[in-house]
Design a protein around this ligand. Structure first.
Ligand SMILES: Nc1ncnc2c1ncn2[C@@H]1O[C@H](COP(=O)(O)OP(=O)(O)OP(=O)(O)O)[C@@H](O)[C@H]1O
Length: 247
């Protein structure tokens, strides 16, 4: 379960996230959408305890982030948009490092690493991270999170950098985990992913949530695509027409 109440983050005078409320039930896949700079990453960082809110409250798995930050961090997994991982380590050294930090250096987790590596075509765990491509690092990051089977998983733009097969496997795995009760929060710019994968979405624009709910309800029975709805709500439709006309 993920809950945010009046969550706000300012950078100086600039309000990046402005009093948002979120509630995501256990076992749901939640998509967080919004134009560039809308406040998605800032929100994920507050929900995962890597950035302190200016005000408001975060609750994960029924625990308050202010008082239970460590326990929350132990039970969740985060795949950031830019894999910032230790360049000097080899792939398997990084996974061992994560297993040690989470005290999960067990046969079971090692077996899962093998299965996940096989699934994602990761046959380069002996390569140094600095020599891996963006997509290769991304897959290593995904394995380092999924191997721990966290109860809540946050993914910032999870499919960017992944090839079509890996992206499909990731999407199907996330649905399987959700069916097992894992709660999943992801951001994406790919509206088709949101439409196909998510039980519910929220659209954030200029730091405020402008729509939230399941996609069918948001479309209000109208026969339009999520793309049209998104552009309409974020008021970009007219803009795009003017830009294309002027080119
Ligand atoms: N550390 C920071 N200092 C100052 N401003 C910041 C900082 N982090 C984010 N911002 C600003 O907050 C706003 C929201 O940024 P954020 O990264 O959350 O957007 P986003 O929705 O994830 O965008 P994108 O889709 O482009 O990744 C932007 O205007 C950004 O410049």
């Amino acid at each position: 379960m993920i809950k945010a109440e009046k969550l706000t983050r300012k950078f100086g005078n600039f309000v990046a996230v402005n009093g948002i409320d979120l509630y995501i039930e256990k076992g749901k896949i939640f998509g967080f959408l919004g134009p560039n700079g809308a406040g998605k990453t800032t929100t994920i960082r507050m929900l995962t305890g890597s950035l302190r809110p200016t005000s408001g409250k975060v609750e994960i798995l029924g625990l308050d982030m202010k008082t239970h930050e460590l326990e929350i961090k132990r039970r969740i997994g985060v795949v950031p948009d830019e894999p910032r991982i230790y360049d000097h380590l080899r792939g398997y050294e990084y996974l061992e490092f994560i297993m040690d930090i989470y005290r999960q250096n067990t046969k079971e987790v090692k077996k899962r690493i093998e299965e996940l590596s096989e699934a994602f075509g990761v046959d380069y765990l002996d390569k140094q991270i600095s020599d891996m491509s963006h997509g290769m690092k991304q897959k290593l990051m995904v394995i380092s999170v999924l191997m721990r089977k966290p109860e809540v998983i946050f993914l910032d733009e999870p499919t960017v950098g992944l090839d079509a097969k890996s992206a499909k496997i990731l999407k199907e795995l996330l649905r399987k985990y959700a069916n097992q009760g894992v709660t999943i929060f992801l951001t994406t710019h790919i509206l088709e992913i949101a439409e196909k994968m998510c039980d519910e979405i929220a659209i954030i624009n200029k730091g405020e949530i402008i729509a939230q709910g399941d996609i069918e309800t948001l479309k209000q029975g109208e026969n339009k695509s999520l793309e049209d709805l998104f552009l309409e709500l974020t008021a970009q439709e007219e803009d795009i027409k003017n830009i294309v006309d002027s080119l």
